[in-house]
Write a protein that binds this ligand. Structure first.
Ligand code: BGC
Length: 430
């Protein structure tokens, strides 16, 4: 009861209003496609997913996600199975605590690509940030998310930056094709799900950040002229920036402490890059309002950060050891309150995720015939690893209620290394 009152006072709602979220998503998706962007950028990917993927042809793949940058060479065998070689993982430039300039950023990328630069002529680059794609698949970074510190790169062409840095470094000329990770995940779902006749495909990510891609009829993409009206195209929604989910006072407190207040406010309610920070803001507000023992309250108020993993692990098991919570002296009443607070935060996130995925599925207009469901390929550690509130199963339950209730057939799948596999597909078909 105490907890319910605390959330009410701070305008934080555990139950999400699915109906109004779906309506707002749909209306903002339409206006974004018409070029009248509210909070959803609706970025065309310029990829035709019907093109066949050549086999036995290697392509260099880059995957810049949250904290890691992965490099590999991929080729598909005759049965369409991806073969991953020369895999390497590096820290994502700009996430190591040091701010990076333009030259430094691209030179670092070129340094990571150099060892595999002679293995193929193309690079498929899964670049997981809000990026406007050109018809030739270069991409202009609109703005960073996930707290990357490389401000000079904003507004610049990513493919051109890499190609120039590589040329300067070792004289090698490579063709770089940029795509979003949700687009890559959608493509990976398609290449893995050939035997099932799906009516459409969705790529959804819930990791450090969040976002969704789906397939739209060209005739509905009003902001691009000259597209053949009988075809369709993958659209990157950039749903992490959705502003239609009401921010509570606590969300605002957490958002104010980020590098980019006001940007990605939906992402800051549901994704792994922020759930720990949001949890900390909840604990600190509750401490200030007298919901913990004196010693616990005092400790929480000295904390500067809390990882999503530690927060989730504790909410799932309030007697766990080896986390930041070891530093606090807690009684059982404190533990109970932390659990209730955390469960509310994760339940709201699950509800928002279900509404977000459903909005894209409904928008696709597909899945009306049970022979041909919509394939929802989901990637991201936050979706699969969150232990509290039966997170994944809670999202699936939400999808069954929202989509099943509207007569829409769907299937959720996961594909190993989806962003890299999808980037390889794009590198080969474009
Ligand atoms: C980025 C998206 C990306 C998503 C998932 C967000 O922060 O803006 O482009 O798809 O994270 O990685």
């Amino acid at each position: 009861m105490k907890v319910a009152e605390f959330f009410k006072k701070n305008n934080f709602h555990k139950e999400v209003d699915t109906k109004s979220l779906l309506k707002e998503f749909d209306s903002q998706m339409s206006s974004g496609l018409d070029g009248n962007i509210k909070s959803l950028k609706m970025i065309p990917a310029y990829l035709d997913i019907e093109k066949p993927v050549p086999s036995d042809t290697p392509v260099i793949v880059l995957d810049a996600g949250g904290t890691n940058l992965r490099v590999a060479v991929i080729w598909f065998d005759k049965s369409g199975k991806p073969r991953i070689e020369d895999f390497n993982k590096y820290p994502m430039p700009g996430t190591t605590g040091v701010e990076m300039g333009y030259d430094e950023f691209f030179d670092k990328l070129a340094e990571y690509i150099e060892p595999v630069s002679k293995r193929a002529g193309n690079i498929g680059f899964c670049f997981s940030y809000a990026t406007e794609i050109t018809p030739t698949l270069d991409g202009k970074l609109l703005h960073w998310t996930k707290q990357v510190a490389a401000p000079e790169v904003e507004g610049k062409m990513i493919g051109t930056g890499i190609a120039e840095a590589l040329k300067k470094r070792n004289g090698i000329v490579l063709d770089v094709r940029i795509l979003n990770d949700t687009v890559a995940t959608l493509l990976a779902g398609k290449s893995a799900g050939m035997s099932r006749r799906y009516s459409s495909y969705i790529g959804f990510i819930l990791g450090t950040g969040t976002n969704i891609a789906y397939i739209e009829s060209n005739k509905n993409i009003g902001k691009v002229s000259g597209l053949p009206h009988d075809r369709s195209m993958v659209i990157n929604v950039e749903s992490g920036n959705f502003d239609g989910a009401p921010q509570s006072d606590i969300d605002k407190r957490m958002d104010a402490a980020t590098r980019d207040p006001g940007v990605g406010t939906f992402e800051k309610m549901i994704s792994g890059g922020y759930m720990g920070g949001l949890g900390l803001a909840v604990l600190q507000s509750a401490a200030e309002e007298g919901h913990f023992s004196k010693t616990a309250a005092e400790s929480f108020l000295t904390w500067n950060d809390l990882s999503t993993k530690d927060f989730d692990d504790f909410v799932a098991n309030p007697f766990i050891t080896g986390s930041q919570f070891d530093q606090v002296e807690l009684n059982d009443a404190d533990r109970r309150i932390i659990m209730e607070l955390g469960e509310t935060v994760f339940c709201r996130a699950a509800g928002l995720v279900a509404a977000n995925v459903s909005a894209a599925v409904l928008r696709s207009g597909a899945g009306r015939d049970k022979l041909h469901p919509v394939c929802i390929n989901i990637d991201g550690s936050t979706y699969y690893k969150t232990r509290s509130v039966f997170f994944k199963s809670r999202v699936e339950q939400g999808l069954r209620e929202i989509l099943g209730g509207r007569g829409v057939h769907f299937e959720t799948i996961s594909v190993d290394d989806a962003p890299m596999v999808g980037a390889a597909v794009a590198g080969l078909i474009a």
